[in-house]
Design a protein around this ligand. Structure first.
Ligand code: A2P
Length: 411
């Protein structure tokens, strides 16, 4: 049982800089803006954090789940945390705090009421998801993988330079599930001389390998040459990855992610909504289904995929070769000459009948991956589809979240 803490003692919430992959999920999730970051670390402000726990389940690595009993006046401040390379050890509390609970009671605080859900998606996986391994390899113990493939999957004449990169783990274990991600440690150091931190990439291959039965996986990586505002910017890790040659060695950490996972039970339907490289987990899940097409276990697959043009849509050729009765493909092209601009949310509305039918089936899970900007548009479109069918979206949305059936991964 958690006894109340003396007023002068604080159960301080901290983020482990050695495990954190700087994915920004915690900062986005925190309902009271207690989390911030600089180019080095993500940190929790002890003056603001109320231990509500909203940020803990969505963290893909568990780096967020660290707590220290501290004399309140000596709590680690934001500036101090920003400079950390590792978490400080436990400190003994002075006598006045002796009444404070210790040992297993240092577990994370339990909020009296459920944490407010700031996230649009679920913080739990679907009930039938397989159990994922996470953090098998860390910054201190990375795995060395070998590049066995690297080729471009967008038209050579387009601005979108997107690569399909295959990494092999040889004889060493690296168990993964569709929807999980890995971290890549790019070589070299930043302007301050610190080693580059890991960058996170979703798997594009299913659990049994890019090539079935092989100990390998694939990533979908877009070469970053500009920032979100369109100004020139050199993506450290994406350029490193896109330039790799066969047989090069890469430092890998992970796997990460325990919620954006596919259902495992027969006849589960998937609605997949993505833009650009957000197609990686959709490719992984689709391929998992394709490999068991003969078993008759598959439910329906409904895909909404947004890209500027067909030639900038990663994997366009192989995608269009999939049988129409296996996957229902809807392409939203925003800059195709002679065609009106279309976003995935427009197509969700166009296909309201099919979406409604699947939404009505509790075997349906929805996955959204890609540009952050599409979150609101997709939620609005799902809302409209539900409301047109006479459903109360807030009740349905809550159920989808609670049952681990609506997942977002946006950046
Ligand atoms: P746009 O042509 O307006 O940029 P990118 O190639 O930059 O990764 O983008 C992938 C696709 O996502 C593009 O078609 C892009 O359209 C589209 N997109 C951009 N913003 C949104 C949004 N808010 N909602 C849905 N799709 C979007």
């Amino acid at each position: 049982m958690n006894a109340p803490l003396p007023a002068e003692v604080l159960k301080q919430h901290l983020i482990d800089p050695e495990i954190c992959i700087r994915c920004n999920t915690c900062e986005e999730t925190c309902p009271i803006k207690a989390i911030s970051h600089d180019s080095n670390n993500y940190v929790v402000d002890p003056e603001i954090c109320n231990g509500c726990m909203a940020c803990v389940p969505p963290c893909p690595t568990g780096a967020i789940d660290n707590w220290r009993l501290m004399v309140r006046a000596e709590a680690y401040g934001v500036q101090e945390q920003l400079g950390w390379e590792e978490l400080p050890g436990e400190k003994a509390l002075p006598e006045m705090a002796a009444a404070a609970p210790a040992g297993d009671e240092l577990d994370a605080p339990q909020p009296a009421a459920p944490a407010p859900s700031a996230a649009p998606g679920a913080t739990v996986p679907p009930w039938s998801a397989a159990h994922p391994y996470v953090n098998l390899y860390t910054h201190k113990t990375p795995m060395t993988a070998t590049v066995v493939g690297n080729y471009r999957v967008t038209g050579a004449d387009t601005e979108s330079d997107i690569h399909h990169i295959v990494l092999d783990f040889g004889e060493l274990p690296f168990p993964v599930l569709e929807g999980q991600s890995i971290g890549i440690l790019p070589p070299g150091a930043d302007a301050q001389g610190r080693p580059h931190h890991a960058r996170q990439y979703s798997l594009a291959s299913p659990r049994d390998g890019e090539r079935a039965g092989y100990n390998n996986l694939s990533l979908t990586v877009k070469r970053v040459t500009e920032d979100h505002a369109g100004a020139a910017a050199h993506g450290v890790c994406s350029n490193y990855l896109c330039d790799l040659a066969k047989n090069d060695k890469v430092q890998v950490i992970g796997p990460f992610g325990h919620t954006f996972l596919m259902p495992n039970h027969p006849r589960a339907n998937l609605i997949m909504i993505c833009t650009g490289t957000g197609s990686a987990p959709m490719r992984a899940m689709t391929e998992r289904y394709r490999r068991r097409i003969e078993t008759g276990e598959n439910g329906r697959l409904l895909l909404f995929f947004g890209a500027r043009t067909e030639r900038e849509l990663p994997y366009f050729g192989p995608l269009m070769k999939l049988p129409r009765d296996f996957i229902d493909i809807n392409l939203a092209l925003s800059r195709e000459a002679g065609q009106p601009k279309r976003y995935v949310q427009d197509l969700i509305r166009d296909r309201a009948g099919a979406v409604r039918e699947l939404l009505a089936d509790r075997n349906t899970c929805i996955y959204v991956c890609g540009l952050k900007g599409m979150e609101v548009g997709v939620l609005d479109a799902l809302h409209d589809v539900a409301v047109q069918a006479g459903q109360d979206w807030s009740i349905l949305h809550d159920a989808l979240r609670r049952e681990g059936r609506l997942h977002f991964e946006t950046y």
